[in-house]
Structures are given as C-alpha cells and as structure tokens.
Design a protein around this ligand. Structure first.
Ligand code: ATP
Length: 327
C-alpha cells in the first residue's frame, strides 16, 4: 500500500443515494415504503487532490458537501463510483487508513464529555497507539499552537464552544494524520476564534504538509485557507479550480469604495451605484472598465479618497447560484 502521506485522492463517478425511510409505526412504514423514494446526495462527481493541498468544498445547504466528506473518509459506502486514497478504498475502513485520517465535525461533539481534556488526549494516544515520544512532541506543539494550557485539566462539558473546538482539533490531530477533514470547523464561533482556528489550520498544513479538506459557510475560512475550491450544487460538481479564477469567471467586476466631502456626487456614469450617502459611496464596475472609472473619479471634486476591491467571495458565490451555473 502507498504511504498515504504521498497519496493523492482520486474520485471518479462517485454517487451516493439514500433511501428515504418513512417515519411512523411498523404498519405505516410498510405501507409507505411502497412510495418511499430516494435522495441522491452526491451525483457522479470526480476530482483529484494532491498531498498537502487545502481544498474548500462550497455549495448551498443540502448540496452534498458533508456526504462527500463522509464518502472520502469511509464513514459512508458509495452507491456507485470510486474513491481511492493511495491504495485504500476508504469504505473498507482499513486500520492503516483510519490511522492516517482525522474528521472534525463542527456540529458534533467528539470529546468525552466528563473527563479532563488531557485524558481525552491520552485516550486517543492509546486508541491510535501513538509512541510516547511522538505523543509528547505532538501534544506540546498542539497545546502551544491552540493555547490549550489552561484547558487541559477541565472537562469538555465546562468549556465554551470555541475552547471545545480547539480541544476537539487537538484530540483529532494527536496521531498526526496526513489527511484532515474539517466539516464546518468554525460554526458558531466569533470572529476572533474563527481567526485563531484558521491560523492554526494554515500553520499546521505548512508545518506538517497535512492535506486538508474543508467545508464552511464562512467564506473567510475558504478565502483564507484554500487555494482551490470545489463547488457542489445538487450533488454535482459545478466548479473545480482556483478562487481567483472563480472570481474572474463569475464576478468579473471590481467594487470601488469612495469617500466624499462637500455633498453627494454624480457617480452613475462610472458604473452601478450600490450605495451612496453624502460621505461615501460604493460603485460596481466591470473589471475592464475599472482603470477608466478610476481616472474619472480623480477628476470629481467631492471625491477625496477611494479604494478598488475585488468582489467578496460571498458576492461571487451568491452570484454563482442566483445568476446561473452555466457561465
Ligand atoms: N442519512 C441520510 N439519509 C437521507 N438523506 C440524507 C442523509 N444524509 C444526507 N441526506 C440528504 O442528502 C443531501 C445532501 O446532504 P449533505 O448533508 O451532504 O449536504 P451539505 O451540502 O453538507 O449541506 P449543509 O450545508 O446544509 O450541511 C440532502 O438532501 C440531505 O437531506
């Protein structure tokens, strides 16, 4: 078997359908079974991921992102198609494969609720048979990077969401997996905690070369961490590529934020005025028209400052799903 540290992830024609089980009693279920349908969560997707990449999965609710991560980590069996990580088929749950991955789910508690965090780390050392020296080194590194020192003696039940998430991540990484699945790791966290988690993931990827696959509703996570995005819509893969290319293809415009003094200015001829007051305005112009708009802004008396910005990833994705996927 290939060492999964050097292994690429190969996904081909991957499909996952769920049978919808009707709720209710036995008789009702049997009657309803005749009409019960199927939902296809992942519908024939394919891609390759190289070792060390940080890849973001984007898509609206119910698009199939979590199901894809579960298929890649072996939590679910594919209905059809192939997933390979090196020589491993994740659904076989081979012990060496399982020892090489970690799956952190933002919405699900994985730490033991009633034991101190340091004991949870120890428990994972035993489960994953991490040699003593390696355990001490990794633990120290994780405690430093995630600032866990004061939390080690506390039980998971007494921690705040952000503290618990940092401990969850540490417990998941104590065996130095080469493949890290993060499903909504910053869900519900405030901005500064989101930032801390991002900084950690980036630094961990840099130091250890861990491949990271990430879903997040916070575009900041994706924009800051990922060079590549896979956009999933209704189970299908509709985009696979760089974030800049996604922006250029979907939202080929710039936002210009303008500071005004001495009253409102006539800006409508430069582009689309998104907002305007007597002190500031925001206009949207086609990327190719931006240099001309900037030259004309300089000649307007009321304009004393401006900034040209790329559209936010939220804008790009919003446009992607509202203005059509065929672009
Ligand atoms: N165990 C299951 N049984 C039946 N349907 C399921 C199951 N798991 C997922 N689905 C369905 O598959 C589709 C994809 O779900 P999935 O959780 O992968 O979406 P997602 O992109 O992660 O969404 P979100 O952003 O809301 O988390 C949804 O229609 C969901 O209802």
């Amino acid at each position: 078997m290939t060492d999964i540290r050097e292994a690429r992830i190969v996904v081909e024609g991957l499909r996952k359908s769920f049978r919808l089980r009707p709720a209710g009693g036995r008789w009702f279920r049997r009657a309803a079974d005749r009409t019960a349908g199927e939902v296809t969560a992942v519908d024939g997707i394919g891609f390759h991921i190289e070792p060390g990449e940080v890849v973001g999965f984007l898509g609206p609710n119910g698009a199939g992102k979590t199901t894809t991560l579960k298929l890649l980590s072996g939590l679910l069996h594919p209905t059809a198609g192939e997933v390979r990580v090196g020589g491993y088929r994740p659904a076989d749950r081979d012990r060496d494969f399982l020892r090489s991955i970690a799956f952190v789910m933002g919405q699900r508690q994985q730490l033991v609720w009633d034991i101190p965090i340091k004991d949870s780390l120890e428990l994972n050392r035993i489960v994953y048979r991490v040699p003593d020296g390696e355990f001490r080194r990794t633990r120290q590194e994780l405690v430093e990077m995630l600032e866990l020192g004061p939390l080690l003696g506390r039980t998971a039940r007494t921690l705040s969401l952000g503290q618990r998430m940092r401990c969850e991540i540490a417990a998941s990484l104590i065996h130095c997996p080469s493949l890290l699945f993060l499903d909504e790791p910053t869900l519900g966290l405030d901005i500064s905690m989101q930032r801390r988690i991002r900084t950690f993931v980036r630094e961990h990827n840099r130091r250890r070369g861990t491949t990271v696959l990430l879903t997040s509703h916070y575009m900041g996570d994706i924009a800051e961490l990922c060079d590549r995005a896979l956009v999933i819509h209704e189970g299908g893969l509709v985009y696979d590529g760089g974030l800049d290319a996604l922006r250029a293809r979907i939202a080929p415009f710039k936002r210009i934020s303008v500071k005004l003094r001495g009253g409102a200015a006539e800006l409508g001829s430069l582009g689309t005025v998104v907002s305007q007051s007597s002190e500031e305005a925001e206009i949207r112009v086609e990327s190719t028209a931006a240099p001309d708009a900037v030259a004309r802004l300089l000649a307007i008396d009321q304009v004393y400052d401006f900034q040209v910005m790329d559209p936010s990833l939220e804008d790009v994705i919003g446009q992607f799903f509202t203005e059509g996927l065929s672009r």
